[in-house]
Design a protein around this ligand. Structure first.
Ligand SMILES: [Zn+2]
Length: 114
């Protein structure tokens, strides 16, 4: 919870409040229906969509990096299956692969939903 200044009376009030405790200024209707035009709301939604897609793509990239990191650490680290270190490297690879797959599915679902 944050403290903001009321745009109407400039008194300190909670940002979670629907109306100003001091002057009854209506934050909810002012910020949603009056504060923005329909075009602005649509572009905000569009922007959120792009951001979400970008975030998912970044997560997919992180998965690929983990796979490459785990694979190269294992490959150049002796290619064994016996030590804890080998298991950790292969684990990193597996986590990266799982992460990538989950993110790919989320991206597909996201694209279908829009
Ligand atoms: Zn106020």
């Amino acid at each position: 919870m944050a403290i903001i200044n009321c745009p109407s009376c400039n008194q300190k009030t909670s940002d979670k409040a629907k109306v100003c405790a001091n002057c009854q200024y209506d934050f909810v209707s002012k910020s949603t229906s009056e504060g923005f035009t329909k075009e602005q709301l649509t572009s905000k939604k569009h922007l959120a969509h792009i951001k979400k897609k970008y975030s998912l793509q970044m997560q997919a990239m992180t998965g690929i990096i983990l796979v490459l990191l785990g694979a190269s650490l294992w490959y150049f680290g002796g290619r064994g299956f016996a030590t804890v270190s080998d298991m950790l490297k292969l684990g990193l690879l597996a986590i990266g692969a799982a992460w990538y797959l989950v993110t790919r599915v989320r991206l597909i679902m996201f694209k279908k939903g829009n």
